[in-house]
Design a protein around this ligand. Structure first.
Ligand SMILES: NC(=O)c1ccc[n+]([C@@H]2O[C@H](COP(=O)([O-])OP(=O)(O)OC[C@H]3O[C@@H](n4cnc5c(N)ncnc54)[C@H](O)[C@@H]3O)[C@@H](O)[C@H]2O)c1
Length: 278
């Protein structure tokens, strides 16, 4: 997909991490960006980094798990910039722990943001994108955790497998109806962001005590993501991949061995191995 100055992008989870870097990178490429997040102050800081707030970038506080808020985000984008060419469904949260220790609220929160956040945006944006009649592109952020499994990561991994499946189904639905809209799925390996501090955004209505196993994996995630790629590097990878027209956007060469090993194990009817993650 061609990305050029004057086009409009929407980025969710733009208050920090990969979403902030994507917003800044797309603005640097000359796109106007609607940046959305639940953290208003962080979002405002992103807008300042990206250019002139209100001109190059417009902010919108929106919880992607709330269908009404995502409809309002789409209204905001069309009202502010008159259309959308690139939609980046990037907002995401991490919740782990032994599966039998994860509460219904743990799973609801994780699926609410990581899966329903994408589906809410599909419903709010895709009919409008089709209505524009011009080429457009959707990038959903899943994870390498959408392509491989590991202990202590149940809610997150389940949500990311679902996000990957949603991206494949969306791409096929759009092709089936002949819409000029394409889809990519970003599957990062480790990235140095605030993902291990996701609980800062957990709504009070879905609060639940953190289990010992949940606390353990949160610490592992904090330690390992600190060694990951920078969010700026990931944003650059995304822009290049969208321009090339890639569906799958990995961030490390290790993705090939990880997918290959999993496929080999499944073909041999074995439980897929847990690869090292970088
Ligand atoms: N960091 C990694 O190692 C890694 C690896 C694979 C995938 N990912 C994915 O990348 C995406 C971005 O995460 P990140 O690593 O930049 O983490 P991050 O915590 O730094 O950024 C996530 C952003 O999403 C926002 N957010 C959280 N809940 C929201 C909601 N309900 N509605 C709107 N915004 C919300 C947060 O306020 C934050 O600004 C997520 O989907 C995550 O699962 C991250």
């Amino acid at each position: 997909m061609r990305l050029s100055a004057g086009m409009t992008a929407v980025v969710t989870g733009a208050g920090g991490g990969i979403g902030r870097s994507l917003t800044v990178r797309l603005a640097a490429e000359g796109l106007r960006v609607v940046a959305a997040d639940v953290e208003e102050a962080a979002l405002d800081a992103t807008a300042v980094l990206a250019g002139t707030p209100g001109v190059d970038v417009s902010t919108c506080v929106a919880d992607v798990a709330d269908p009404g808020a995502v409809e309002a985000l789409a209204d905001h984008a069309w009202t502010t910039f008159g259309g959308v060419d690139l939609l980046c469904n990037n907002a995401g949260v991490f919740q782990g722990g032994l599966l039998w220790e994860c509460s219904t609220a743990d799973v609801e929160w994780t699926l609410g943001v990581n899966l329903h956040g994408i589906l809410n945006a599909v419903r709010a944006f895709v009919p409008r994108l089709i209505g524009q009649g011009t080429p457009a592109h959707v990038v959903n952020t899943a994870s390498m955790a959408g392509l491989m499994t590991a202990a202590f990561t149940g809610p997150y991994t389940i949500s990311k497998f679902a996000a990957l499946a949603a991206s494949e189904c969306l791409a096929k639905d759009l092709a089936a109806v002949g819409a000029p809209i394409t889809v990519s799925v970003l599957c990062p390996s480790l990235v140095a962001t605030g993902i291990a501090r996701s609980r800062r955004n957990r709504p009070a209505g879905l609060a639940a005590p953190l289990s010992e196993s949940g606390a353990f994996v949160e610490q592992v995630l904090a330690d390992t993501t600190a060694t990951g790629l920078s969010a700026d590097d990931v944003a650059a990878i995304v822009v290049e991949a969208v321009r090339r027209g890639d569906f799958l956007i990995p961030t490390r060469p290790s993705y090939a061995g990880q997918i290959g090993g999993r496929t080999e194990d499944l073909l041999a009817l074995r439980l897929p191995r847990t690869p090292d993650i970088d």
